[in-house]
Design a protein around this ligand. Structure first.
Ligand SMILES: Nc1ncnc2c1ncn2[C@@H]1O[C@H](COP(=O)(O)OP(=O)(O)OP(=O)(O)O)[C@@H](O)[C@H]1O
Ligand SMILES: [Mg+2]
Length: 318
């Protein structure tokens, strides 16, 4: 069996009195693109810094492609491309110079250096700014330079800490597309506060809160596990059915966990709010309404959004 790209076991980190990580565990198999979410201070950057060998954990273990990061940080870092939260660059260098400097740091053989740099420049769309000073670049191009240095040594794993923060909507889409493209051949762990980005880019979402993993699932699963239906029902002229009977009928539908009646409508209809779980009750609702002599005047399903799930899992009041 091949080792997972990331294997984190019971990771803990204290900064003095502050417990940043309270025991985080997760595995990421090769090829996955994982969104790493959590409120400010949840422990995302700390986890990433430990993964990339920049800081040491207080307890627990981290392996990258089977290599223990603490025991063999040099070998582990060869497998990893890292875009830190602050994207530290050397402003006084030209893009080309900076990438040459990074290639040196990465110990890329001289014979391969220019072709590797060319590859990263092409990939990240840096051609037009290659000979500009980094200080002159817009935020979007700075992020591209950060991504270029991260892929220079062709790592298997990309750790991207908020790669699209501070970008304008056009640049967000461009960087997102670049990450998507990179994700086709590399494993990616990417933190972000932009939730639609996760749905657009990632096949899996990890949510951390207070230094612990509180959700781990496909993005569509995290939004499908609930929601509500608003339905407005009106009895046919030949039907006499009590409000009580309608409520009982609605309560008995598969997937419905709660029924709340709203004010009666002017057109003689009565609106209800149905809280639903994973089962979709709409077909059963249609059949039951016809059987009971009720006309469905309006039906609207509202799925919970990833934002709802995020808030529920990361705030106390939920
Ligand atoms: N160098 C440090 N010294 C002391 N405390 C730190 C240090 N770095 C992080 N912390 C604390 O550790 C906790 C986790 O911080 P971390 O930066 O990992 O969060 P994050 O999830 O990346 O947040 P953000 O979304 O704001 O980037 C926070 O309480 C933070 O204040
Ligand atoms: Mg952070």
């Amino acid at each position: 069996m091949t080792a997972p790209m990331i294997a984190i076991e019971n990771l803990k980190k204290n900064y003095g009195e502050t417990q940043a990580l309270a025991g985080i565990s997760f595995h990421v198999p090769k090829g996955q693109v994982v969104g790493f979410l959590g409120p400010n201070g949840a422990g995302k950057s700390t986890t990433m810094k430990i993964l990339t060998g920049y800081i040491e954990p207080s307890a627990g273990s981290v392996q990258v492609g089977g290599i223990n990061v603490e025991h063999d940080p040099v070998a582990a870092r060869k497998r990893i491309g890292y875009l830190p939260e602050s994207n530290p660059l050397y402003d006084e260098m030209m893009v080309q110079e900076y990438l040459e400097y990074c290639a040196d740091m990465r110990e890329i053989p001289r014979s391969e250096r220019q072709s590797r740099i060319q590859g990263a420049v092409d990939r990240c769309g840096l051609g037009p700014v290659r000979h500009k000073d980094i200080a002159e670049l817009s935020k979007g191009f700075r992020q591209r330079v950060g991504l270029a240095q991260a892929i220079l040594h062709d790592p298997d794993l990309l750790i991207l800490d908020e790669p699209t923060t501070g970008l304008d909507p056009n640049q967000v889409i461009e960087i997102r597309n670049l990450i998507k493209e990179l994700g086709q051949e590399k494993t990616v762990l990417m933190s972000t506060h932009i939730l639609p980005e996760v749905q657009a880019t990632c096949s899996r979402v990890l949510i951390v809160s207070n230094g612990q993993v509180v959700a781990d699932d496909a993005p569509e699963k995290l939004v499908e596990s609930g929601g509500q239906i608003q339905v407005e029902l009106c009895p046919r002229t030949d039907t006499a059915i009590s409000g009580q009977d309608v409520r009982e009928m609605l309560t008995g539908l598969p997937g419905v966990s709660d029924v709340v009646a709203a004010e009666p409508q002017e057109d003689g209809g009565q609106a209800y709010l149905l809280r639903i779980g994973e089962t979709d009750p709409r077909r059963a609702l249609f059949d039951a309404a016809v059987d009971a002599g009720l006309i469905i005047m309006r039906l609207e399903q509202q799925r919970v959004s990833l934002e709802d799930t995020f808030r529920r899992l990361t705030t106390k009041e939920g």
